[in-house]
Design a protein around this ligand. Structure first.
Ligand SMILES: [Zn+2]
Length: 164
């Protein structure tokens, strides 16, 4: 395991730190676990790594999760619920995405006003639009065409290097 480096946020490295052991290979739902329990465990580990306050983080992440589910519904994912419940892989990647998103928000708070360099994504299928941003330097608050900084767009696993 590599050490957590506060000046760089690399989602894949971070996930290896915070997700419970065997997260990607273990069955979550067959063992009758509430998805949110697994999710909570990941959040707990992520707060241990970065020393964040658990309650805030958990609340933010749950809100985000709920909003995201609403949005998926609006976007026309008809069986969004059964998809989430029956597709463990989907559920796991949602948990991972939320953990990344949460840490991104924490990073933004911690490095307010700092410029940053956009680092490559660790996703299996990186977004082509984000690939064009690799290595570029941005002012705080600027990012892709929608104003997202690395890790903010849902599913984005791009990294960030804080400068200044
Ligand atoms: Zn990205």
């Amino acid at each position: 395991m590599t050490k957590y480096n506060p000046d760089r946020f690399l989602p894949d490295q971070y996930l290896r730190h915070v997700l419970p052991d065997g997260f990607w290979s273990k069955k979550i739902l067959d063992r009758n676990l509430d998805p949110k329990m697994v999710f909570l465990r990941a959040i707990i580990r992520s707060t241990v790594v970065t020393g964040r306050k658990l309650d805030e983080t958990y609340r933010h992440a749950i809100d985000f999760y709920d909003n995201k589910m609403e949005k998926l519904k609006d976007e026309g994912f008809r069986k969004y619920k059964s998809m989430a419940l029956h597709d463990e892989r989907l559920l796991k990647s949602r948990i991972a995405n939320l953990v990344i998103y949460e840490e991104t928000q924490h990073q933004k708070e911690k490095h307010k006003g700092q410029r940053y360099r956009w680092l490559p994504s660790s996703a299996k299928e990186p977004e082509p639009e984000h690939q064009l941003l690799y290595g570029k330097i941005f002012n705080y608050g600027e990012g892709d065409k929608d104003g997202n900084m690395p890790g903010e767009r849902y599913g984005c696993q791009c990294g960030i290097e804080w400068l200044d």
